[in-house]
Design a protein around this ligand. Structure first.
Ligand SMILES: Cc1cc2nc3c(=O)[nH]c(=O)nc-3n(C[C@H](O)[C@H](O)[C@H](O)COP(=O)(O)OP(=O)(O)OC[C@H]3O[C@@H](n4cnc5c(N)ncnc54)[C@H](O)[C@@H]3O)c2cc1C
Length: 156
């Protein structure tokens, strides 16, 4: 028994089908921040609506002055999209909470697509995954920002 350790999610995934878990370790908990006024969206492309393995997936989190963005099934590991996070943190209209311009959504979609590093496999082609993640990014950002604007207004 070597005790307990915590590891950031970003450091856990080390490669295709590989992670930082040692042979004698078990995952006993996943710690998530529980903050007020957080808007979160998770979108996945699959071949049907019911439970099915992802062709690609995207998560967006927006909370006061902070944005988190991650993609799945479009690179050797799930990955954060630092450029997209930085873009949202800097460019979202935090003060006015105005609806987002289409140009901003397109720029965000481009940053997400640029972060993909997919391959063709039985689930889908690399080209499709990159395209689909751009579409998911535009939609998920719109939904998350609208949720954030609504919850921020309710708390004001
Ligand atoms: C049967 C089943 C049903 C599921 N149902 C759901 C569901 O209903 N809803 C849901 O949200 N989740 C579901 N999941 C889980 C979801 O599919 C996974 O959480 C998700 O696929 C994990 O993404 P990942 O990026 O961690 O790994 P993976 O999806 O395994 O992605 C790894 C990627 O690495 C790529 N790759 C391999 N080698 C290389 C290389 N050398 N260079 C670059 N890329 C490479 C592969 O093509 C693959 O796209 C299901 C999973 C299974 C197995």
């Amino acid at each position: 028994m070597r005790g307990v350790r915590r590891i950031p999610a970003a450091d856990f995934y080390t490669g295709v089908k590989r992670n930082a878990l040692e042979a004698d370790e078990l995952i006993t908990a996943v710690h998530l921040p529980t903050e007020h006024r957080t808007a979160e969206q998770f979108s996945k492309v699959g071949t049907r609506n019911a439970m099915v393995i992802a062709v690609c997936s995207l998560a967006v989190v927006i909370r006061d002055g902070y944005a988190g963005v991650a993609i799945g099934s479009a690179a050797p590991t799930p990955r954060r999209v630092a450029a997209a996070e930085q873009f949202l943190t800097t460019e979202l209209p935090w003060d006015t909470r105005a609806p987002l311009a289409d140009s901003m959504k397109r720029r965000f979609a481009g940053l997400v697509a640029d972060a993909t590093e997919p391959i063709d496999d039985v689930r889908g082609s690399a080209q499709y995954r990159t395209h689909a993640l751009g579409v998911l990014a535009r939609r998920a950002l719109t939904w998350a920002w609208d949720d954030y604007r609504g919850s921020a207004a309710a708390c004001a």
